[in-house]
Design a protein around this ligand. Structure first.
Ligand SMILES: NC(=O)c1ccc[n+]([C@@H]2O[C@H](COP(=O)([O-])OP(=O)(O)OC[C@H]3O[C@@H](n4cnc5c(N)ncnc54)[C@H](O)[C@@H]3O)[C@@H](O)[C@H]2O)c1
Length: 380
């Protein structure tokens, strides 16, 4: 059985989520030819990375990602470092001929993303971006339902990603915990961090976006910087709202914020077609709600599908327990890792590829431009 020896860069939230996925893939997808092997973990702090490697079962450690890429016993690099590191690591990994699994967003901006796409395509290395919500069974089912034509002509696409952890002005920006609030490390605020997920799902389910109009706001203009201890201007967007036209003629409404008191990770979408509607909520991620206008009128209403019935054809669920028992957030990463192994075996791209994810980055950039210039912007 061929091994895919993984070099993991970063051991935070995503480093753990991906490592868990690599460990589970051979158990739940035993038919796959490629088997991920936890070859090396990389982080800047020797003791911390060693503790992570020991806890999760990596065979070795590195404290410099360049040393990781120099190793012949690493087949694939997984980039779980903050956004400003993605490009440099990906370009170097492509030059070394490594397969690349990179966290979202692809890049800090479109120009960087284009360089990354050119590099992986020139090198011919397998590549993917971890827009993992595509792999939640209910979201995959939504894709299947839309592709089957059951919704008919689509009129509306609505999505939100709401959090509330930034409301206090005492939350610092920068440093290990709050790099998302530092524009130099994150690139943007909620647009690239949260709305990017909504956009990736939307492009996948409903096709490309033609043009958009958006607003952003930075509610707290100055925060202490964790590395200097000094107050510094906040360069990220705290909240964004976007209306757009999809290329298929439907209208989109999107909102994201870290100031929606009471919401921790409320990712929802709803799609309205001529014949039917669907909606999904991350807090109930195993359910897909469906309304069919063609139902007999006396019985017509929203139905709540518990996406757990593999006998009923629910995606991925044949891998797990008996019908009626659900799975969770971490499984979206297991599924994405499994799809990557399958794509390698078949010599096919694993979507979203760097090129697919560049479309999301283009929409994010158009959103930020529209907000800055207060005008409609075409997505190029
Ligand atoms: N797919 C998702 O749903 C999802 C969720 C969270 C984060 N992310 C993305 O994953 C990436 C990481 O986010 P996170 O939440 O895991 O962050 P985190 O802060 O929890 O972890 C980041 C890790 O990167 C390491 N790191 C930083 N600079 C490094 C360097 N120069 N060399 C080696 N390691 C370095 C840190 O030590 C830390 O271990 C980001 O790009 C983020 O946007 C995606």
């Amino acid at each position: 059985m061929p091994k895919l020896r993984i070099g993991m860069v970063g051991y935070g939230f995503m480093g753990r989520a991906h490592t868990n996925a690599y460990l589970r893939v051979p158990q739940f997808f035993p038919e796959l030819k490629y088997k991920p092997v936890l070859q090396a973990a990389c982080g800047r702090d020797k003791d911390n990375v060693k503790a992570f490697a020991d806890q999760w079962g990596y065979a070795s450690c590195e404290t410099d990602w360049r040393a990781l890429l120099d190793r012949d016993d690493i087949d694939a690099v997984d980039i779980c470092a903050p956004n400003n590191m993605h490009k440099e690591i990906a370009l170097a990994a492509a030059a070394k001929g490594k397969a690349i699994l990179c966290e979202k967003p692809l890049s800090m901006n479109t120009a960087d993303g284009e360089e990354m796409v050119a590099a992986v395509e020139k090198a011919g290395v397998a590549n993917t971006i971890w827009y993992n919500y595509r792999r939640v069974p209910a979201v995959t089912l939504a894709k299947q339902i839309i592709d089957s034509g059951k919704l008919g002509k689509i009129f509306h696409y609505r999505a939100n990603f709401l959090q509330d952890w930034c409301i206090s002005p005492d939350v610092p920006q920068g440093g290990a915990s709050n790099w998302r609030l530092d524009v130099a490390t994150a690139g943007s605020g909620v647009t690239g961090d949260l709305l990017a997920h909504c956009i990736d799902t939307a492009l996948w389910l409903n096709g490309g976006i033609a043009d958009l109009s958006a607003m952003t706001e930075t509610f707290i203009k100055e925060r202490k910087h964790a590395t200097t201890g000094e107050m510094a201007p906040v360069g990220i967007d705290d909240a964004c709202a976007m209306m757009c036209r999809f290329k298929n003629g439907s209208l989109g409404l999107f909102e994201s914020t870290r100031y929606a008191c009471g919401h921790k990770a409320l990712y929802t979408f709803e799609i309205n077609g001529a014949d039917a509607s669907i909606r999904w909520d991350l807090h109930d991620l195993h359910r897909l709600e469906f309304f069919d206008h063609n139902d007999e009128s006396r019985l017509r209403g929203w139905r709540s599908i518990h996406v757990s019935d593999h006998g009923g054809g629910h995606p991925y669920m044949d891998r797990y327990w008996v019908p009626g028992l659900q799975i969770g957030y971490e499984h979206s990463f297991i599924h994405h890792a499994a799809e990557f192994m399958k794509a390698l075996e078949q010599g096919e791209p694993c979507h979203p590829t760097f090129r697919d994810a560049l479309e999301t980055t283009k929409v994010c950039d158009a959103l930020l431009q529209s907000a800055a210039e207060r005008k409609w912007v075409a997505v190029n």
